[in-house]
Design a protein around this ligand. Structure first.
Ligand code: FES
Ligand SMILES: [Fe+2]
Length: 340
């Protein structure tokens, strides 16, 4: 058994988790059940396996603020403790009668879960706190549109690396985020990778030519990007087209369902009000539908962490500096889920 992952990952849209209905989810190859004790209550996450006879707790129901197993009706409170066994009405279950509970919280319109019990108290490596609080989206354009989930048959690090990569724009997103009309438009101008105070790599300025950088864009423009890793499987880009007023930001939130299967959400932060939420979501779905077939074609599906030039390493060019920094950082963190 590997130790529990100390990182928070998104497991469901917060609006999809309604008070009365337990919701099945998955992360790190583990089935989970998400539930709320009542309307507006904080989410809870348990391993989706009743400690009595192993039935799936997501088949149960929520009654009187407790999650009730569908098989023999054992009742569990939010922390995981079993507080009632209908077959033994007078029996008080001991402390050992408990469901395996993960930490859970809500942020960015998503329910997040973490297998490490110390994470909520500021334990672990601190990555969870950096991802969720202080809010990494603070100060960005105020309108927020959550997109997804999108499921893709590859590892989360492959998805993140693709998000950090501008050199594919003219090929995968021709006519949208990139163009092949002029060789100049395919070039990746020199850029600098910098680590933040927590060692997370980012790029303060990264220019790319875009024929249609957003739903609202009317024509081509050079766009100033900046990239930040927020956690092993989450990243943030901001972009500002030359001469255009509002900047935009896109956060990528990945849940590693399995080593080679990933669920993806995006948060769009924009000041643009010319497009409805559905139009923004449709544009993002179009872009991701262009990325997904390429992502699913990559072999190995896991991201190789071998140092450049060593056995098993992929080939890199100078335009891949950020990808190389991301791979090195994952290795240093020990975030090896979905890598090889
Ligand atoms: S298996 Fe859940 S109560 Fe028996
Ligand atoms: Fe892409």
């Amino acid at each position: 058994m590997s130790p529990p992952s100390p990182w928070w990952v998104p497991v469901a849209g917060a609006a999809d988790l309604r008070a009365a209905t337990p919701l099945a989810a998955r992360a790190f190859g583990e089935d989970l059940v998400l539930w709320r004790a009542g309307e507006g209550a904080a989410p809870s996450a348990f391993v989706d396996r009743c400690p009595h006879r192993g039935a799936r707790l997501s088949r149960g129901r929520v009654a009187d603020g407790r999650l009730e197993c569908a098989y023999h009706g054992w009742r569990f409170e939010a922390g995981g403790q079993c507080v009632g066994i209908p077959a033994l009405p007078g029996f008080t279950p001991p402390a050992a009668h408990r469901a395996c509970s993960w930490q859970a919280m809500e942020a960015h319109g998503l329910v997040w879960a973490c297998a490490d019990a110390s994470a909520r108290d500021g334990g672990g490596d601190g990555t969870g706190e950096a991802l969720l609080a202080p809010d990494p989206l603070e100060g960005l354009p105020a309108r927020r549109v959550l997109c997804g989930p999108f499921d893709v048959a590859t590892s989360a690090p492959r998805v993140v690396e693709n998000f950090l990569d501008t050199a594919h724009f003219g090929f995968v997103h021709e006519g949208f985020l990139g163009s092949r009309e002029q060789p100049d438009h395919l070039s990746v101008p020199d850029y600098r990778v910098e680590a933040d105070s927590q060692g997370r790599p980012g790029v303060p300025l990264y220019r790319a030519w875009q024929p249609r950088a957003s739903t609202a864009a009317q024509g081509g423009a050079w766009v100033d990007y900046s990239y930040r890793l927020l956690g092993p499987w989450s990243a943030l880009l901001t972009k500002k087209a030359e001469g255009s007023a509002p900047s935009e930001a896109y956060a990528l939130w990945c849940c590693p369902l399995e080593e080679e299967h990933t669920r993806v959400w995006f948060t769009i932060c924009t000041d643009d009000t010319s497009q409805g939420d559905d139009a923004l979501r449709a544009f993002q779905a179009t872009i991701f539908s262009q990325d997904a077939p390429v992502l699913e074609s990559q072999r190995p599906r896991r991201l190789p962490l071998a140092a450049p030039g060593t056995a098993g390493a992929e080939l890199h060019c100078a335009a891949d500096r950020l990808s190389v920094a991301y791979r090195r950082w994952l290795g240093e963190l020990g975030a090896r889920f979905g890598t090889c």
